[in-house]
Design a binder for this molecule. Structure first.
Ligand SMILES: *Cc1c(COP(=O)(O)O)cnc(C)c1O
Length: 352
């Protein structure tokens, strides 16, 4: 007889990562094409020599540098093993079994998984037709059991960002006993007017936290480090849920080095933003529908044609991220990678 395990395991979906196909262009996981900045790679190499020692359990130096960088007190910041770990810690910190976690859908694949892991109930709320979060519908979906709302902005995988005025109107409708998590994994790519600054929101409201990461714009997806900013009454409970030593010494050193790199990062994100516009305009010219994106990817709401588009691209050694029956998300890579994608899209549209 097998040992007893949770009876609800079947209800917990597995996270499906973007595929890696040898020799293909990978536009499936919203990574940066270029490796870490040279100064960051050097800091990682140096930290490797001390890998026999446990890391600083609080990531104190990284947290202090982040606080300085963001202009907030260090007690309002905690670091985690990627921001997805902090999402999970947050659910564990605020939800009792059966409490509800709200989020737009489609959005980040991890939300329903981590809600279930914490014995909470995931409640997806459909997005607007243009791929933007429906903040009114999210506020309408609040019940007595709601404890947490994830607002992913820009929204992965559809691309649109919430504006500051929309967010203010939304937050004003949410009771302060409910935590609102602004998931800003793509914050560094936002160029819209009236953009949300989650850190400022988190410092101004008792029930708002901002989640950011070094995985995306900073190019450290493989090292696993992100951070949460918010009121002490949420930061302390979230920090309590951490698996001890979950931010490695290499990740801490790399995060610190990123914060010292400054302008180099801006140049990299500017290049992606320029390519984002070029790719979207080209796809629109092909007659495809593409919501305006503020992140390092674009979304093709192809519906039933999503799987065919994905495999058409795969045959041409371009790996995209398919949500069958719904759409395809394509990461903005470098110019030549994007050209490969555009060529695949062109032959898809003109196929007979
Ligand atoms: C990539 C991503 C994250 C988490 O990234 P980490 O690598 O865990 O820091 C969180 N939220 C969204 C919406 C993402 O797309």
């Amino acid at each position: 007889m097998a040992p007893d395990v949770r009876s609800d395991l079947h209800a917990i979906p597995s996270y499906v990562p973007g595929a890696t196909v040898p020799g293909a262009v990978k536009l499936a996981s919203n990574e940066t094409t270029a490796g870490p900045l040279p100064s960051v790679a050097a800091a990682i190499a140096q930290a490797a020599a001390g890998a026999n020692r446990y890391p600083d359990i609080t990531a104190g130096t990284l947290v202090a540098r982040l606080a300085e960088h963001l202009g907030v007190p260090a007690r309002n910041v905690t670091a985690g093993c990627g921001s997805v770990a902090l999402c999970q810690q947050l659910v564990q910190a605020v939800c009792a079994p059966g409490d509800e976690v709200l989020y737009g859908w489609r959005s980040f694949e991890a939300y329903p998984i981590i809600a279930r892991i914490a014995h909470a109930v995931p409640v997806p709320v459909p997005n607007r037709a243009d791929g933007a979060l429906d903040l009114d519908a999210l506020a309408d979906a609040v019940t007595d059991r709601t404890r947490l709302i994830f607002v992913c902005t820009p929204n992965n995988p559809t691309g649109p960002a919430v504006s500051r005025s929309e967010l203010t109107a939304f937050l004003d409708r949410i009771p302060e006993r409910i935590t609102v998590a602004l998931d800003e994994a793509y914050f560094e790519y936002v160029r819209s007017a009236d953009a949300v600054d989650g850190v400022a929101e988190a410092m101004a409201r008792p029930n708002v936290v901002a989640l950011r990461t070094f995985s995306k714009a900073y190019g450290l997806a493989g090292l696993r480090v992100g951070y949460l900013v918010g009121p002490v009454d949420l930061v302390v409970p979230v920090a309590k849920m951490v698996v001890p030593f979950s931010v490695s010494s290499l990740a801490q050193a790399a995060g610190i080095a990123c914060l010292e790199a400054g302008d180099e990062l801006r140049a990299r994100t500017d290049a992606v933003v320029a390519e984002r516009r070029r790719v979207r305009d080209s796809l629109l010219d092909l007659g495809l529908e593409v919501p305006e994106s503020q992140a390092n990817f674009v979304w093709l709401p192809l519906g039933d044609a999503a799987a065919a588009f994905d495999s058409h691209c795969r045959d041409r050694l371009v790996v995209t991220r398919c949500f069958a029956g719904d759409g395809v998300r394509v990461t903005i890579g470098d110019r030549s990678e994007n050209d490969r994608l555009l060529e695949a899209a062109r032959t898809f549209v003109t196929r007979t």
